[in-house]
Design a protein around this ligand. Structure first.
Ligand SMILES: N[C@@H](CCC(=O)N[C@@H](CS)C(=O)NCC(=O)O)C(=O)O
Length: 212
């Protein structure tokens, strides 16, 4: 049994979407970021980093988006959303997920939280400009890779890597250049956004922007 601690649209979104795609039972607990509930002792006991997501797996708390995605894929091989350890596509799958989490996601963090990098508010715009350059560079490279593999990250095979890519694309929706400007990324996001899980996610998280 899974319990996902989430905030609408946050990094928890891709874990939520993966749970919906897997069709497994789970519970949701909304964490009020505005009220800083994720920095309170009760939540910090679950996730000492004070960030979303956290997921209870059989009652035990775990965190880190990429780790949760890898775990879910492995725990439900019958769903076919992650290549198994002996599958030739496994290496590309793990590489793509880790690249998103280790390179693109931290650049987005700088865009959304420039105060992580530097206290002086007068320099936040410069931090955001650097983050934007990094984000656009990654999207450019991912688009070029997708051009070789399309329509999905693993070619013909749909996987959790497509969900993660689409969530991070969504985060660019209010940036000067959104991820939809890259044609292969856009085609991928359109496929993901056409799935019933996407509408279910929007209904359950109360989201509206960037649904289609
Ligand atoms: N490395 C973590 C980062 C998670 C993260 O930065 N979550 C953001 C939401 S997208 C958060 O909790 N922000 C609130 C804050 O930092 O105060 C992961 O991948 O799970």
């Amino acid at each position: 049994m899974y319990t996902l601690y989430y905030s609408p649209g946050a990094a928890s979104l891709v874990v939520h979407l993966t749970l919906l795609e897997l069709g497994v039972p789970f519970e949701l607990v909304k964490v009020d970021i505005e009220q800083r509930a994720h920095k309170q002792p009760d939540y910090l006991k679950l996730n000492p980093n004070g960030v979303l997501p956290t997921m209870l797996i059989d009652g035990k708390p775990h965190h880190e988006t990429c780790a949760l995605l890898l775990l879910l894929g492995e725990r439900h091989p019958e769903a076919g959303l992650a290549p198994r350890a002996d599958d030739p596509q496994r290496a590309d799958y793990v590489q793509w997920l880790v690249h998103l989490s280790a390179t693109l996601q931290p650049a987005f963090r700088l865009w959304f939280y420039p105060q992580d990098a530097i206290d002086d508010p007068a320099r936040h715009e410069a931090v955001k400009a650097a983050a934007q350059r990094r984000i656009e560079a990654v999207f450019g490279r991912l688009d070029a890779e997708l051009a070789q593999r399309k329509p999905y990250v693993l070619g013909d095979r749909f996987s959790i890597a497509d969900l993660h890519t689409t969530m991070l694309m969504r985060w660019s929706r209010n940036m000067p250049k959104t991820a939809l400007a890259w044609p292969n990324l856009r085609a991928l996001a359109d496929r993901v956004r056409a799935r019933p899980s996407w509408d279910a996610l929007y209904a359950r998280e109360g989201l509206t922007e960037w649904q289609r």
